[in-house]
Design a protein around this ligand. Structure first.
Ligand SMILES: [Fe+2]
Length: 493
């Protein structure tokens, strides 16, 4: 059978997008309950691609209740206050990357809600987290984003000083204080922290559930295969968003919106079925098959531009390929396994699905890891300090070490907007940028989400919605989120 191949310029995605938008296209409906769908149907029990052992219904017997979500949770100050007291002060949250505190005295600041936290490497083997506050009159101790090689931290107000391990080093004019004022603990107030995969997690609880218990071992094992501790930052952007952190989080929890919000995505992503897996403590995985034309599309033969790019990333020559569009995923998977990818990455530890698909893994409450074999998007949805109608969307793009002499992964430039001239070897750490949705700098794909997030949030507040959101079974990760969220709100966690 002859194969149709696209004649257009593979890099001309803008015109491809225009074509998709111009067409008054048929949107084929989802055909079946994706509950039982497996990306790798033959995945052996216990393999990384196997489904999570428990289904959503088993983990949350009253899950049906969470098909309707009260909109008030997205915008009320009362909900925001309760979240601070019952959720943010009890859960494990990513503060940053261990590579940013590589040497003793290296530090960075992490702000979440009403708190600011100082992360510092106090010695070669120890990273510590403290409330970023002077124990005298409450001035914030550090104001900059980060620093290198500090020997101590000095308050800019009255010059009290602390060592990097948090111990008090100086109370200026100590003799002018009544002794009883200085007899309690003047060391910086400690916060629990844990490093996993090169990520520094913090927990504001006094006695938090241990991290290894919090993150389900089955999910952790699957993620460990990527060896994130060896990956490096190639982009770091924090966007101020005119929407609640949950409005934004929801936008990245399902594939239901792909065909409409990201019409280009249907050319090389099977949004029709994804494998959804649910783990205890609110975590989940969504496996998004790549190299497959969506079943919402009718043409499953033509090798379109998006498929071509994926093939070139995988070491398959699209000009000599004799298969159809529906054969591309398998061909790319095999080529990568055979070591044909131009990036010369060792994929040995990764499963068949991990090699080719996007794994979107959520760690409750506010972390989403969107992982491909070479590049990962780390998304954090951070509450605003005082306004439920605003939040921060912090994206960090990680890359593994790879050979980029012949080409760079298509995702990096096109999807995430990494400058094609930027050094992505890991020798250069790009600065954290603060942006707004008007000029988000998050790249083409994520900007499609952000451009409508404000209008979604405004709509959620409308009387016309009658106070509830309704969720389909393609949106079960959002159902799970609120089922877990409610356990915290009811003090059951
Ligand atoms: Fe999206």
């Amino acid at each position: 059978m002859s194969t149709k191949t696209s004649k257009s310029n593979p890099s001309n995605f803008a015109s491809m997008l225009d074509d998709l938008r111009k067409t008054n296209r048929q949107i084929n409906p989802v055909l079946a309950d994706p509950e039982d769908f497996l990306v790798e149907p033959n995945a052996a029990p216990g393999s990384l691609d196997a489904k999570a052992p428990k289904r959503l219904q088993e983990l949350y017997p009253d899950i049906a209740h969470y098909r309707k979500i009260p909109t008030e949770l997205y915008y009320s100050h009362d909900a925001m206050e309760k979240e601070w007291e019952k959720l943010w002060t009890k859960t494990w949250i990513i503060a940053g990357r261990a590579s940013d505190v590589a040497e003793p005295g290296d530090w960075f600041k992490f702000d979440i809600g009403r708190e600011s936290i100082l992360i510092v490497r106090s010695d070669k083997d120890t990273v510590k987290a403290f409330y970023n506050v002077c124990k005298h009159r409450g001035n914030q101790l550090v104001h900059e984003e980060c620093g290198k090689g500090a020997k101590s931290f000095i308050c800019s107000y009255h010059s009290w000083m602390w060592k990097c391990d948090g111990d008090i080093a100086r109370v200026t004019d100590r003799n002018t204080f009544s002794p009883e004022l200085l007899c309690d603990d003047l060391n910086l107030s400690k916060i629990h922290c844990h490093i996993w995969g090169g990520f520094i997690f913090i927990n504001l609880a006094e006695n938090p559930v241990p991290f290894d218990e919090y993150l389900d071992p089955a999910l952790r094992r699957a993620l460990d295969a990527y060896k994130f501790e060896e990956w490096h930052i190639v982009k770091d952007v924090k966007v101020t968003v005119p929407a609640n952190w949950k409005t934004n989080l929801d936008a990245f929890a399902e594939m239901y919106h792909l065909h409409q919000t990201h019409p280009q995505g249907v050319l090389a992503t099977d949004d029709h079925f994804g494998q959804y897996d649910f783990y205890k403590n609110g975590h989940s995985r969504m496996i998004v098959p790549r190299g497959k034309v969506s079943k919402r599309q009718d043409d499953h033969e033509t090798i379109n531009d998006a498929l071509r790019s994926l093939m070139e990333d995988s070491g398959v020559n699209p000009d000599t390929f004799t298969g159809k569009a529906d054969d591309v995923r398998d061909a790319c998977q095999k080529a990568k396994r055979q070591g044909l990818s131009p990036f010369q990455v060792d994929y040995t530890n990764l499963s068949d699905s991990q090699i080719i698909d996007t794994w979107s893994c959520s760690v409750f409450p506010n972390l989403n890891l969107n992982i491909n074999a070479e590049v990962a998007l780390i998304q954090r949805f951070i509450p605003h300090e005082s306004d439920p109608d605003q939040s921060y969307y912090h994206i960090t793009i990680l890359s593994r070490k790879m050979n980029t002499e012949k080409r760079r992964p298509f995702f990096l430039e096109f999807t995430y907007g990494v400058d094609p001239n930027q050094d992505i070897s890991g020798n250069f750490r790009p600065e954290l940028k603060h942006t707004t949705v008007e000029n988000s700098e998050v790249g083409f794909l994520l900007d499609q989400d952000l451009q409508q997030i404000g209008q979604v949030h405004r709509g959620i507040k409308s009387k016309g919605l009658n106070g509830v959101l309704r969720l389909s079974e393609q949106e079960r990760r959002i159902q799970q989120f609120f089922a877990e969220y409610d356990l915290y709100m009811k003090d059951l966690k």
